[in-house]
Design a protein around this ligand. Structure first.
Ligand SMILES: Cc1cc2nc3c(=O)[nH]c(=O)nc-3n(C[C@H](O)[C@H](O)[C@H](O)COP(=O)(O)OP(=O)(O)OC[C@H]3O[C@@H](n4cnc5c(N)ncnc54)[C@H](O)[C@@H]3O)c2cc1C
Length: 577
């Protein structure tokens, strides 16, 4: 089947908040195409519940400086402070701009944007929780995505729905475009561009229990890694404390922000012991570990492997008005009403702090020394700026996507005139075509779903909240075995139209690559920091590990190099809450 060639000034991979905001900004400077695996508004950003952080101070005194400090401390001092300062300083303008674009934020009685508490967000440098999360009930992501999508439509951004990116072409240190499979026809398309923005979201599907959408398989991280570009800080993967037991579906931290508390089998509000100052609103890495510690020590509910999130004391009106979706989830999936019954929860894989390294203008770095790939930008969860360091604070991701998506678009505006149009060559498309043919012709007996399950189980058991040298070595061995089995994966649907079996095989290949990088990065970091907890090295080790990990692909396996953390304002200190 002949491929179709397109020419745009800018191609954006991903229609989540980072992609939409980058596209909107870039559209001021040239023609823009946005590609997405699904219909654009079905990105994972739409699932975001709890809110977006900004020190508006609408309900309580607040300041961007406190937000800056909380984010640095939340990151366990691994976040780059220049980038964090940029984000927190820009947060207020960002939220007001979103409001002007039409986001229907929830309101205070006087009509200001309402704000609620969220984990790790405090006033006076850690003194007490503060109301910093701006929200639209518990459908904040949905509200922002639809407003931005509408703005993009008005501005004339072109959308290509259900175009699955299979390759990102980078030649001679410059991005040339992307090659994508049109799901409806099975045809290949080559999008040639002067600038490419990668905004492809997260990879939570690496784990068995996850809050992430089925499509969050990190394809583009794996593609760029295989093209020789580095991935940064991949050992840091966040587990959100409150996923619905057995399902992983998220119950927003906003539920604790509105007064919900965690309880063990004795009914004890156990977070009082782990974080005496801010208790249930401690950062996620700490709360997730605390829950699993309770379970390990036999204090899970009925001695089992979950605890309760208790909202029964929260006024029903508050639940109905501010957490309606959560209430609905509980009714549908558990057959309970959170006003009457506590919710069974366990930590669920949620957010990758690591990703494609960029500078504060979204330009992709080709190494740990700060060199950039011309014409290649990244923003959102797939990128690592790094504002979240070793552990992200709730509500800082939506902020990150919009702030750095916009900055990438602004940088493109500055640089576009120096970026020559690039062509994608026939051979580059043919290579992708022959890869597809090879997958389609496979006759092996191994099923994709079976192998994916095995990978997710392996990552969950050996490389999740608690890790050790032995668990990580076992994980790497098992991932190696799974990679061999991957060659035996067979495919029954040999057609080209809407062949989701084909795309699932390709996604699984990327997940295996990412699993190896996550486990390998975790093995070399012999300390505990943020979401990366090594039982055999429980202390943070600033002398040896106050640095970012850069993983590169080489013929001899993964090579690790390191980059200093940018520290401007706050020196590392012991992290207590
Ligand atoms: C359930 C849930 C609730 C959350 N709640 C909050 C919250 O309240 N506050 C907060 O700050 N953060 C929250 N987060 C985190 C936050 O929502 C995400 O980190 C953020 O929305 C990611 O945005 P993004 O633009 O980077 O990517 P996404 O929104 O994930 O979009 C990725 C896009 O890339 C496309 N894509 C990916 N691969 C390909 C490919 N191969 N080809 C073509 N297209 C591709 C997808 O189709 C999609 O359009 C939540 C996350 C989850 C899972």
């Amino acid at each position: 089947m002949a491929a179709e060639f397109h020419i745009h000034d800018i191609v954006v991979i991903g229609s989540g908040l980072a992609g939409l905001r980058a596209a909107l900004e870039a559209k001021r400077h040239g023609t823009v195409a946005v590609l997405a695996k699904l219909y654009p508004t079905r990105c994972h950003s739409t699932a975001a519940q709890g809110g977006i952080a900004a020190a508006l101070g609408n309900e309580e005194p607040d300041s961007p400086e406190w937000h800056f400090y909380d984010t640095v401390k939340g990151s366990d001092f691994l976040g780059d402070q220049d980038a964090i300062e940029v984000m927190c300083e820009d947060a207020i303008r960002t939220v007001i701009e979103l409001e002007h674009m039409g986001v229907p934020f929830s309101r205070t009685p006087e009509g200001k944007i309402a704000q609620r508490r969220f984990g790790g967000h405090t006033r006076d440098f850690g003194a007490a929780p503060v109301r910093r999360a701006c929200y639209s009930a518990d459908r904040t992501g949905h509200a922002i995505v639809f407003a931005l999508y509408e703005q993009c439509q008005l501005a004339g951004v072109e959308f290509f729905s259900e175009f699955h990116v299979l390759d990102i072409v980078v030649r001679d240190g410059k991005a040339a475009g992307v090659i994508a499979l049109e799901l409806a026809t099975g045809k290949l398309h080559a999008f040639q561009a002067r600038a490419v923005v990668v905004a492809s979201g997260g990879y939570g599907r690496l784990f068995k229990t996850t809050s992430n959408a089925i499509t969050n398989t990190g394809d583009c991280l794996s593609i760029l890694f295989q093209r020789g570009l580095p991935l940064e800080d991949m050992e840091f993967f966040q587990f959100h404390p409150t996923g619905i037991y057995g399902l992983g579906i998220l119950i927003t931290e906003g539920a604790r922000g509105e007064g919900g508390v965690l309880r063990n089998r004795q009914g004890e509000r156990f977070m009082e012991r782990y974080a005496p100052t801010i208790k249930d609103l401690a950062p996620r890495d700490m709360v997730s570990r605390a829950i699993l510690q309770e379970i390990r020590e036999g204090r899970g509910i009925d001695g089992r492997d979950f605890v309760y999130l208790d909202l029964t004391h929260v006024p029903e009106g508050v639940i109905e008005e501010r957490l309606p979706e959560i209430r609905q989830f509980c009714r549908v999936y558990l057959g309970i009403d959170p006003s009457d019954s506590p919710i069974p929860v366990v930590p669920t894989a949620h957010y990758g702090m690591g990703g494609i390294p960029t500078d504060i203008d979204g330009r992709v770095l080709s190494d740990e020394r700060g060199n950039v790939v011309r014409g290649l930008y990244a923003a959102g969860e797939c990128a690592c700026v790094s504002v979240h360091g070793a552990n992200r604070l709730g509500c800082n991701s939506l902020l990150d996507t919009v702030v750095f998506g916009r900055r990438a678009g602004i940088a493109i505006g500055r640089e576009l005139k120096y970026l020559e149009p690039s062509t994608i060559q026939d051979e580059e498309v043919k290579k992708v075509e022959s890869d597809i043919e090879r997958v389609l012709s496979r006759k092996g007996k191994v099923r994709t779903a079976h192998l994916r399950r095995a990978l997710q189980e392996c990552m969950m058991q050996r490389c999740s909240v608690f890790r050790s040298e032995s668990s990580l070595k076992e994980a790497l061995k098992e991932i190696g075995d799974l990679r061999e089995m991957y060659q035996e994966v067979g495919i029954q649907d040999k057609g080209r139209v809407f062949n989701t079996e084909l795309t699932e095989v390709i996604e699984l290949g990327h997940l295996i690559t990412l699993a190896e990088i996550v486990a390998g990065s975790a093995l070399q970091r012999t300390e505990s920091r943020g979401a990366h907890y090594r039982e055999d090295h429980p202390e943070r080790d600033d002398r040896n590990f106050l640095k970012h990990t850069f993983a590169f692909s080489t013929d001899r396996g993964i090579l690790f190099r390191f980059k200093d953390v940018t520290i401007t304002r706050f020196q590392p200190e012991e992290r207590r809450y």
